[in-house]
Design a protein. Sequence first.
Length: 134
Amino acid sequence: YFKKVIPFDSQAGALGNLARSYLEVGDTQNAEQTLLELLKKAPGHLPSTDSLVSIYFRQNEYAKIIPLLNEMIALKSNSAMLYKKRAFVLLQLNDRARAYDDVKNAVELTKRENRNPNDDAQLMELMKSVGLPQ
């Protein structure tokens, strides 16, 4: 349906719009396929990668998320949020050692932004989960 409504071309913007449209109506299969196609044409497109992470997270496909987050962190290594996301997924995969490292990175990045890690409820919960002193 959306391919008829939205002028379809292979540009990242058009594919991104198409994927968002699929997500809006709950068609995650076509959204996933469209996002994967977009990432072949525009590797490193962070919004599309993040959308795929969200899809896989809702489907509990945690193993598919890690390579995506690795790519996102390689492109934007100063994001505490990305380290927190990967730490959470690693905990779902029972990889506490790697999650610990990511939580530690998230804490350091949060401090570099002149923010108190204790003010971030998600980060505090992750610190507790991996046994990092608060």
